[in-house]
Design a protein around this ligand. Sequence first.
Ligand code: ARG
Ligand code: ZN
Length: 419
Amino acid sequence: MRFFLSGSLLLATVLGTAVPRAEKVDYTGFKVLRLSLHKASNSIEEQVEKIAAHVLNPGKSTLDVVVSPDSVAAIKALVPESIVINEDLGASLAEEGELVSPDFSVSAVPSETWFTAYHPYADHLKFLSDLQGGFPSQSEIFTAGTSVQGRALTGIHIWGSGGKGSKPAVLIHGTVHAREWITTMTTEYFAWQLLTKYAFDATVKSLVDKYDYYIIPAVNPDGFVYTQTTDRLWRKNRQTVSSSTCVGRDINRNWPYKWEVTGGASTSPCSETYKGQVAGDAPENKGLVAQVNSLRAGKGIRLYLDIHSYGQYILWPYGYDCSLVVHNSAQLRSIATSAAAAIKAVSGTSYTIGPSCSTLYATTGSSVDYIDATGNATYSYTWELRDTGTYGFQLPASQIQPTARETWQGLLSTLQNAG
Ligand code: ARG
Ligand code: ZN
């Protein structure tokens, strides 16, 4: 990342342009504190959000917050029950590895090497188009609307026998939250496996022949770019509101289903979970909603996966109410039980499964609730990938392949059981 930034600085210097450059947030010396809030106290959480640089797990009663060395005392005064879980976040970030831009001078189907490093956003678009270019008769690039800053929400549509659009949809979203970089790589791995294995793997062939896959590895491109240029820990989109200098809506709190219910999102533009001013008022959500509605009107949605990190969870509706039981809860649990076992069988990674609100925390305006209730998906899940907090969002590049491989087995299991 340092390389990436100094490269662009160098360019600006050589060209002599007056491009205003955003300083990259330097987390050297920043600490991660774990705060026990006991009861979900919104006012304490709001005050913490104002002082902290970031809240890593907004909504939990035990909050992990990133704090500058100067602000540690203020946080401890607010929440006496706090422990330091990371003494120097800057050092952890260095372990993640630099952004690598592969040699794309020759267009070819990407090799597995792609999954050994993290990459700049533009390279992800190239990855998708090179992959698609290798399988032109059974895939195409699609877009699902446009981000705040005008980037297309770009995905790959994959189909098998019977032709394009003839089967129920499997819809997969990655990088809803900008800092969850392992999810971009893992959703790309899904697409890569489905296409490159189709010709010689009977299981993959049968699953590609059964569904139409719509995979969008980065549904929050602006936020993702911002994590690469400016702030590695950015979560939301990059939308402004006139009433505040704070930026960003949480795309996973903006979906127009039970958006108005209180308790599962924030009404403060400065919060990590800011829901927006009106249901569905983020451009990213508008595009995603339109695609969901059109898939519903077509062959329907058999499976929706919203891929996040971190925590190692498989979660199903509902997010907005902890006491509601979704009508097909038993099937959702049984499919999730098998998927967790399939993931664990690869290298021992343990997942917790359950209904999202009671298992993790309440969320209103979330994708899984919308796509279950309004999108009429048969099965709708949130997956939270590795890890459980050791590295958190900055999973070292050496863990990309192990994570992608185990999660792929979870996907195969899910697809086989989704009947
Ligand atoms: N961690 C994600 C988020 O905060 C997923 C939440 C899943 N839903 C839930 N109700 N816990 O948006
Ligand atoms: Zn997330």
